[in-house]
Design a protein around this ligand. Structure first.
Ligand code: ZN
Length: 193
């Protein structure tokens, strides 16, 4: 064994390259998401689903609209999973978004609210129940709407307007909290609420 010096490195070589946000929907088959919201407001976006994934609708020259693809609104907000602190971008449909919008308007901000999304039925499209805990939580993390939009642009592989420190690594597959298949897109099958 040689007596050469060791090559200590403070960080793994890939440090900072892992995309920290997992885009999730409420899992099928009784799936639950319990999380603390860290963005002040929900961000909504028109989307299309084709080729097995979700694409954002474009205002000008949208290829999906040109192909007569159905347009669907989706709402997004950033949250921390209560069980393990995982950073989530939670996607909701228009119906669930309505409940969240109502809560947001009553409380001025979503940030610090604890939400529980529960898909009761076994079917992929079964209804999602939305519950908010009464008490709010102090949270250090703050993801304003502009940053939330940037994160979504990275996930959708769309150009962003702002220089960003967010690394463009593909998001990791997020395991649902209870049962069901992984629930991340692009690439996963459709599950509307
Ligand atoms: Zn379109």
């Amino acid at each position: 064994m040689s007596n050469g010096s060791l090559d200590w490195q403070a960080c793994p070589r890939k440090a900072g390259k892992v995309f920290p946000w997992a885009l999730v929907r409420t899992p099928k088959g009784g799936g639950v998401i319990e999380a603390t919201i860290v963005s002040p407001a929900m961000v909504g976006c028109w989307t299309h689903f084709y080729d097995g994934r979700t694409y954002p609708h474009k205002i000008d020259d949208c290829p999906a609209c040109a192909g007569n693809m159905k347009r669907e609104w989706h709402g997004y907000f950033a949250a921390l999973r209560e069980s393990n602190g995982q950073k989530l971008i939670i996607e909701v449909t228009e119906r669930v978004g309505g409940f969240i919008e109502h809560w947001q308007s009553q409380h001025r901000t979503l940030r610090g609210s604890r939400i529980r999304l529960h898909r009761a039925g076994k079917a992929a499209h079964s209804k999602i129940h939305v519950d908010f805990h009464r008490e709010l939580v102090e949270t250090i993390l703050h993801v304003p709407s502009q940053e939330l939009k940037e994160i979504l642009c990275h996930i959708w592989k769309q150009p962003t307007l702002l220089a960003s420190s967010i690394e463009i690594e593909p998001p990791r597959i997020a395991e649902p909290e209870t049962g069901g298949p992984p629930i991340i897109f692009p690439g996963s099958d459709r599950a509307a609420g």
